[in-house]
Unconditional design. Sequence first.
Length: 176
Amino acid sequence: MPVKYDIDMDSDISAFINRLEKFDKEVSKKLKKGMKRGVGYVVKEAQSRIDSIPDPPLSRWAYSWVEQDRTENVRNLTYSASRAKAKVKPAVFRARRRGVTVAFGYQAVQKDPAASIFELAGTKNPGANAFNRNINRRYGTRRIPRVMYPAYYSGQRKARKEIEKELQEARKAVGL
């Protein structure tokens, strides 16, 4: 399951996007592209924080499971920092009801399964097994998700500024 962080935006943005898509599609496309660029600040911050995590975070991360079952259908959960960095992406979320947009925004998403495990490991049962105990001892439980949480708060201010700037330009373009 991917780890996601929503970028906070105005509550009326969904109504604005809904009207803009019907009124001026070009301005809508430009706005969405600019908003995605804004979320890129959180994504870049997360990618830079992944560099500080050793590769793999714990010794023998998922190796025994992959080696035991050498079939083609095995999901490889070995941790790779380069793969984790490549799989952090901006994504759109949208909720529609009867063709009307009722919620709209962007997220920074970690799509790599092993990196998502690292983000959340040890949260529900901290002392249940050696894996949870070791990862909590080494990386702590204070801030979970371990990378996306601090990246969100570091990049959020720049992201919001960029998104607000793009919203103002879109409002100006349609005469609001």
